[in-house]
Structure formats: structure tokens, C-alpha cells
Design a protein around this ligand. Structure first.
Ligand SMILES: [Zn+2]
Length: 848
């Protein structure tokens, strides 16, 4: 059908106007942004009472064009969804090509044009439930709902009206201007908005409770569906206060008044994200906003951070928007950056620097140290592929470089630059390079060069520290050398703190790393330190090689360092040194075993327990694991018994459940599962028992088959029961059953519930079964392009991770290499995904 339409168009427009490709291509977006201006949408939707009935709508789009030309609107629905089309007051034939309504040049004119379309809206972006619905248009899904120019740099003013059942509430970006009722039907009309990109347009309609409060002269309105009145009463004031506080802070920081008039927010059950920053109508996931009485400090911190994050978007992203989605990372990082400034001072008990270190550095390194590293800023040829940009580099490396940027400029100049940027591009669009240009004028540093290597290029520097001591026992020379492991000759300028450790404390040395070789003159003459840590205060980013003496000191005396952040930074470097084979996995395990009982900081403890399990499964052959496991099990059991809080007990226990292999250890797990024993202070919920049943089955504990059946029967929650039923065959000791559990994954219908699939793959490829599951590797990799085509944005990486994480053999590594060699047509981004996921496997295979 589409093909026929295209042919029809070709014969129609003999002028040779190009056919728009599917999705929204960068070329189309550029062309439209250059010719279209003064855009206004007059939109109305008719929302029927029953969700099986179609939502219909009408839109009138007014805009100016420099010259007459072909007009391409985005509307990703079948031809019959368009019921009428008028262009400049004349009926026009509907030509739908690849998800676009194409209006020929003859119908348009220079100056103002008016396009009016009546249509049926698709349900894909409407999130319809029985008694409410809400839109979610990011990144380019507005075109599923109404005809529009679906790109971030064609901002329009919207006037919206919603016709719905009387009794339903409506909320949108603009403030409600008229609400009229005629019997069972009501109509809500919202005042015209400031200019908005399509991805920020939003409305929700349905049965909502409404609460308002006044803070600092502004009225805040909350819409929610919570039925527990006590819960609402408990959370209500905090929600208004957190918004008001964030807003006041941002007005002060940016020097710009809140730009969107009214401030509403909607709490939506099972919302896809934590929040979405629609101006004037923020949507949140209700469960992280309405907290229970038992909420932990972490949940309070996360709630405050989410609110500050979305409120920061009102300026960063909403007032000034990226020109194209390749810069989507920028608004996210900026919102997180502001949120940390707003929220952290209210939680003084938390070590925020350590939290930043563990939240961002290890996951960023997981990709950036590999041959599959990708740059923060990437080309994006079509919004269809926007999903493939998301990953650890955007989420975890970008915050690190934003912090660096502020350090380079200083807080004052950084804020000054941001104010200038917001003012200059208000209600418009800008790129990352526009911001860098503004900031560059405020520093003697060459920011363009800095940005080129940190933002536009992939990978991280390798940095080695060397120290020389003179005959008096003082420092004669301290030197840092850096090089590009991907052999492009890149150099990464950065500001570091190099920490010297002494028996009575720490000495920080400010260092500016610029060229390939940096001497630190301020260190000369200082007494010989116990250690040199080039990632002092958790700042430096790269693959660090310690000097021999410092490496030895950390392995033997880490516990003697009193500062939590210094120990945490050293731990991150030590793990990197294991991966680069400067420290053997066996030596690391010996170190971890000694240090774990002495670690007092919970964040450090969590990280170390994770590294311990990774070293054990990934880097030790089974004979060595079996030799070590009795001592490890008793260490972890002692940790469980000694831990003073539930979260610490849970961390110790989860490490135990991961590594246990002795008869006694597995028996204890079985007793915990069968409820014959329990751990004081660590109550198990249904998910914990399901995980235990899985751990027992994969170890082929006596009666494993009965354990699985019994677990299935005693699982109460229907979602968890269905998931467990799906995963069970992957746990079987019978290779034929496991084979069948893999084969069903070829059918996309069996891959719809991605977490179920990933859990099955993880069990299939458990290290204890790695040898027997090697033969699944090639087929899993061959399926990858299809996985990308049919799955969610994070699915391809997680699919390969779940396939390879349990493996360490040379054969497995060879299979991956062979796949890459024999798939020359694999798109570069997917190649990177495979290389990043296979990194530890390659290293483990090489270390043998
Ligand atoms: Zn965000």
C-alpha cells in the first residue's frame, strides 16, 4: 500500500521533489526548519467514554513559508485515519507516504499557509486506561497522535481543547480557560501556550483528584489517583514544598522567572519514566512520589532529586531546547547537575561525593574502557534511531564531564555562562556547541578542544603515575603520563587532585593534566608519601595505572586510610588494575577477603562485594573457585551476622547467594528457601524466595525440580507467577529442556516481556553451565539486528550482556570474534554493543 502511494506521488510531482523517508530524517528536519516559521497549532480531541472507541481530532496548523514548496507533515498512521485535508481553504487529496502527509508545492504559497486536517488518532502514544489517558510524545511520537512537524526545533504555540465525559478532568500545558458542560459531555479549552516543541506537548484526561496549594505567590496544582486519604495527607505538603523550593532555587540560579505561567503536576500510576518535564504539566510516576510510611532515606532522596530534575528542565530543555536529538544528553545532564545542587544540602548524612563516584564512574568505564566505547555526542540521521543513543556513556560519563566543565570555569563563570545561554536562546533552540562557545569566552582554556575530545570522541585516556624519591627520602619527581589506547593520538585535558597519603593524614595536589606528560612541581620536596592516588577526591577520569609502591600499599593497608572517599576512589582504580592485569584476580580476592570485614562505609562495602563476586565468577577457573569458596562463604556469613542494618545484611547476603557452592552453603540456602531457617533482621519477600529457588536449581541442589514446582505453586502475585513459569525451563538440569527454552526466543512473541527473556538467558549462561551453553552464543548474536528492530531501546545491550556475562573461556571469546569477522554488514552501533559486552570475556580469556 505504501509502495503504491509512493508511485502515485512520483507521477504527481514531476518537479522531482524528494520522497520523504520513514521516520523523521535529519535532512527533512533541516529543510523544514529553514523554511517554516510562526507556527501555531489549534488542536482538538474527542475522547470517547470507552477505550475501545477511537479518539478523533482536528488540527489547524498556521505557519509562514519563505517560498512556496512541498510541505511534509508527519503522521504515522494508515491513510484511512485521515478523514479530510484542506490546504489554504481548498480541499486537497490526501497523499500519505512513509508516515508523512505530503502537500504538493502547487497547493502552498509564500507567506502564511493554513493546513486543516481531521483525523483519527492512533492509540500508541495515548496510554489509554478505562478511566484515564495521558500522552507521552518524547522523542518523536506526537506524529502517532496528530499531524505535525515532529522535530524539536520547530516550536509552535498550541491552543488545545478536549471533549470528554462530564466528570473527567483535563490538564495540559496551557491553563484551563473555559470548561463547558452539555449533559454527559464537557469541553475543556486551554489557553495558548508559549512556543513548545512537539515532544513537550502533553495532555491527560480522566478521573483524577485535584489538590492545590499556594507557595511563594504561585499556585501549584497536583492531579492524582491515590485512594488512600492518609497517604495523600502524608505526602501532599512535601510534594508542594519540594516543587516550590526547586523553583525558587532555579529562578535565583538562572536569573530568569519561571517561564510557563501555571505549574501543574500529574501523578500517574505505572508511568514509564520517573518523570517527564512537560512545561506547565509535569507527569510523574505516582509510586515514587506518594511514599509509604516505611520509606527509606534513599527513597526520600530520590523523590527530591526527581522533582528537582523535572523542575530544572523547565529552563534546561524546555525554555532552551536542543536543536536535534543528538544533543538530548545535554538537557538530561544539566537537569541532574542542577538537581544535585538543589537537593544534596538537604541530605547532609549522605556522602554525596562517594555517591557520585559509584553512581557514574564504574558504569561509564564499563563501556568506555572497551573497544565498543561510543562518544557522548553522536550523529543521528533519523529520529527513528534516537533510542540507540541511550546508554551508559550518556547517562554516566556525561555527568562526569559536566562536573569537570564547572571546575574548569569556576562556579561563578559557569553560572554566568548558563544565564547568558538561557537568555540568548529562550523559547528557541541551541546545540551543545552554542553553549561551549559562550563558555569559551569566559575562560582562558580552549574549551572547543576540550569538548572535541571529551564529548565528540569515544574512549578514555590511559594515565600512569610515577614517583621518584631523592636520597633524603623526599619526592624528587612526580609525573603523570597519558596516552590514547585507541591509537588516535588524542589527549584528554583534565583537572585532578593527586592525593598523597601520610601516617597523619592526606595531602592534595592540584594538577592540570594537559599534554602527554605532566610534571607536578608542587610535589617536589614533600616527604615520601605512603601512597600516591591520582584519582584523589574521586575526580580523575581514565584508566589509571598506579606506581608499584602505591599499588602495594593499597593492597596491604587500604583499611588504614580513614577517609571514605579516598578508599572508594582507590577501590575503583584497583578493580581497573585487575582488568588491565596489573593485579591478579586471585590477589584481588585475597585483598577483598581481608578488607571486607574492616570496611565501615556501606557504599564502599557494596562496591567491594560486587567486585568480589565478579572476580570470583569471571576470572577464576572452577577448581580455584572451589578451593576458595569455603573461606569466602564463612566470611560472608559472618558479615551477614555482624551487619547492623537491613540494607547491609542484604548486601552481604546477596554476595553469599551469588558465590555459594559448598554442600553446607547450598543446604543453608535450601533451608532459608523452605523457611526452616531465617536470618534475623533480614525478612524475605516473594521475590527473594524466587531468586533463592533459581539459585538452588542452577546448582542442582538435591530436589531442585520439586523446589521449582513448589515455588511456582506458592507464588501469589500473578505477574511474578507468570514470569517464574516462563523462566523455569531455563533452570532445568536437562539440557534438552534448556535447549527448548532458548529456541522459543527466536519468536518475537516470546520476547515481548524483556525482563523475563533476560532472566532466562542469565540462567542459561550461568557460569556453572557456561560450557554447555556456549553453543547458544552465535545464534544469540546473529539475532541481534532483529532484537534491535523489535525490542526496547536498552534490549540489545542487555541481550548481549545476559548472553556473555557468564562466560570466560577462550572458545566463547573466539565465537564472538568470529561473529564480528563474519558480519561485515553489522551496523557500527551494534558492533560497539557487542564489543562492550564482550570486553570482560576477552580479558578473562586472555588472562588464562
Ligand atoms: Zn530528564
Amino acid at each position: 500500500m505504501r509502495y503504491a502511494a509512493a508511485v502515485f506521488l512520483l507521477t504527481m510531482t514531476a518537479t522531482g521533489a524528494p520522497l520523504p523517508e520513514p521516520g523523521v530524517s535529519e535532512a527533512l528536519a533541516k529543510e523544514r526548519a529553514a523554511s517554516i516559521s510562526k507556527l501555531r497549532y489549534f488542536l482538538s480531541f474527542n475522547i470517547p467514554e470507552h477505550r475501545a472507541d477511537a479518539v478523533t481530532g482536528a488540527v489547524t496548523i498556521r505557519f509562514e513559508m519563505k517560498t512556496a514548496g512541498q510541505v511534509v507533515l508527519d503522521f504515522e498512521q494508515p491513510r484511512e485515519y485521515v478523514t479530510s485535508l484542506k490546504v489554504n481553504d481548498a480541499d486537497a487529496p490526501v497523499v500519505l507516504v512513509n508516515g508523512h502527509i505530503v502537500i504538493p508545492e502547487q497547493a502552498s504559497r509564500a507567506g502564511e499557509n493554513i493546513v486543516a486536517v481531521s483525523f483519527r488518532a492512533g492509540d500508541q502514544a495515548l496510554n489509554r486506561s478505562d478511566d484515564f489517558l495521558y500522552t507521552l510524545f518524547v522523542p518523536a511520537r506526537a506524529r502517532l497522535t496528530f499531524p505535525c512537524f515532529d522535530q524539536p526545533d520547530l516550536k509552535g504555540r498550541y491552543t488545545l481543547s478536549l471533549v470528554m465525559i462530564t466528570g473527567w478532568q483535563g490538564v495540559s500545558n496551557g491553563s484551563l480557560s473555559i470548561y463547558s458542560t452539555m449533559g454527559r459531555i464537557s469541553e475543556a479549552t486551554f489557553a495558548e501556550t508559549e512556543p513548545l516543541p512537539t515532544y513537550l506537548v502533553a495532555f491527560a484526561a480522566g478521573k483524577f483528584q485535584r489538590e492545590t496549594a499556594e507557595r511563594g505567590g504561585l499556585t501549584f496544582t497536583m492531579y492524582h489517583r491515590e485512594t488512600d486519604a492518609a497517604k495523600v495527607a502524608r505526602n501532599r505538603d512535601a510534594l508542594f514544598d519540594l516543587h516550590a523550593k526547586s523553583l525558587a532555587w532555579l529562578e535565583d540560579y538562572t536569573g530568569i522567572k519561571y517561564p510557563w505561567g501555571k505549574f501543574d503536576f500529574v501523578l500517574i500510576p505505572s508511568f514509564q519514566f520517573g518523570g517527564m518535564e512537560h512545561p506547565g504539566a509535569i507527569f510523574y510516576n505516582a509510586s515514587s512520589m506518594m511514599l509509604d510510611e516505611s520509606a527509606t532515606q534513599n527513597q526520600f532522596l530520590n523523590r527530591a532529586s526527581t522533582i528537582a530534575h523535572e523542575t530544572a528542565h523547565m529552563w534546561f530543555g524546555d525554555l532552551v531546547t536542543m536543536r536535534w536529538f543528538n544533543d538530548v544528553w545535554m538537557k538530561e545532564v544539566m537537569a541532574n547537575f542542577m538537581a544535585a545542587k538543589i537537593v544534596n544540602p538537604s541530605f547532609p548524612q549522605v556522602n554525596h561525593e562517594l555517591r557520585f563516584l559509584f553512581a557514574y564512574y564504574p558504569p561509564a568505564y564499563e563501556v568506555d574502557r572497551t573497544a565498543g566505547a561510543n562518544p557522548i555526542r553522536q550523529q543521528l540521521a533519523n529520529l527513528d534511531e534516537a533510542g540507540s543513543l541511550y546508554g551508559n556513556i550518556i547517562y554516566d560519563k556525561a555527568p562526569v564531564i559536566m562536573r569537570q566543565l564547572e571546575r574548569m570555569l569556576g562556579e561563578r563563570e559557569f553560572r554566568g555562562g548558563l544565564r547568558e545561554y538561557l537568555k540568548q536562546f529562550a523559547f528557541s533552540n541551541a546545540t551543545w556547541l552554542d553553549l561551549i562557545k559562550i563558555l569559551d569566552d569566559r575562560t582562558p582554556e580552549d574549551l572547543a578542544a576540550w569538548s572535541h575530545v571529551w564529548v565528540e570522541q569515544r574512549g578514555r585516556p590511559e594515565i600512569a603515575a610515577t614517583i621518584k624519591i631523592d636520597s633524603h627520602g623526599n619526592v624528587a619527581r612526580l609525573h603523570l603520563g597519558q596516552h590514547d589506547p585507541l591509537k588516535r593520538g588524542l589527549l584528554w585535558p583534565q583537572q585532578l587532585e593527586v592525593t598523597f597519603g601520610y601516617p597523619n593524614g592526606l595531602k592534595q595536589n592540584d594538577v592540570e593534566l594537559k599534554g602527554a606528560s605532566t610534571d607536578i612541581p608542587s610535589a617536589i620536596g614533600l616527604p615520601h608519601p605512603l601512597f600516591v592516588l591520582p584519582t584523589g577526591e574521586g575526580l580523575g577520569y581514565g584508566g589509571f595505572t598506579l606506581d608499584v609502591g602505591s599499588r602495594r600499599y593499597f593492597l596491604d593497608h587500604l583499611e588504614d586510610i580513614h577517609d571514605d572517599l579516598t578508599r572508594g576512589s582507590a577501590l575503583v582504580v584497583l578493580w581497573d588494575e585487575v582488568l588491565s592485569a596489573h593485579i591478579s584476580p586471585s590477589e584481588f580476592l585475597t585483598f577483598a577477603t581481608r578488607v571486607l570485614p574492616l570496611e565501615s562505609n556501606e557504599q564502599n562495602l557494596q562496591y567491594l562485594l560486587g567486585a568480589l563476586a565478579d572476580a570470583y565468577w569471571r576470572f577464576l577457573p572452577q577448581e580455584q573457585r572451589l578451593a576458595r569458596v569455603p573461606a569466602l562463604e564463612s566470611l560472608l556469613r559472618e558479615g551477614i551476622a555482624r551487619a547492623s542494618t537491613t540494607s547491609q545484611k542484604a548486601a552481604w547476603f546477596s554476595a553469599f547467594g551469588s558465590i555459594a557452592q559448598t554442600k553446607a552453603g547450598v543446604e543453608w540456602l535450601a533451608h532459608l528457601w523452605s523457611r526452616e531457617e531465617k536470618i534475623e533482621g533480614l525478612p524475605f519477600v516473594e521475590q527473594d524466595e524466587i531468586a533463592l529457588a533459581g539459585a538452588l536449581a542452577v546448582r542442582e541442589a538435591p530436589g531442585w525440580e520439586k523446589i521449582l514446582t513448589a515455588q511456582f505453586e506458592r507464588t501469589q502475585n500473578p505477574d511474578r507467577k507468570a514470569r517464574f513459569e516462563f523462566v523455569m525451563p531455563a533452570l532445568s538440569a536437562d539440557p534438552k529442556v534448556r535447549q527448548a527454552s532458548f529456541e522459543r526466543l527466536r519468536d518475537v512473541n516470546n520476547r515481548r516481556r524483556e525482563p523475563w527473556v533476560l532472566e532466562s538467558l542469565s540462567y542459561l549462561h550461568h557460569p556453572l553451565r557456561a560450557r554447555e551453553s556456549e553453543h547458544f552464543i552465535r545464534e544469540s548474536l546473529d539475532l541481534l539486528p532483529e532484537i534491535q528492530r523489535t525490542g526496547d531501546i536498552f534490549f540489545p545491550k542487555r541481550w548481549v550482556d545476559a548472553t556473555l556475562d557468564g562466560h570466560r573461556s577462550l572458545e566463547a571469546a573466539r565465537m564472538v570474534q568470529q561473529f564480528l569477522e563474519q558480519s561485515p554488514k553489522l551496523p557500527e552501533r551494534l558492533r560497539w554493543v557487542v564489543l562492550a559486552s564482550a570486553d570482560e570475556l576477552f580479558r578473562a580469556a586472555k588472562m588464562r
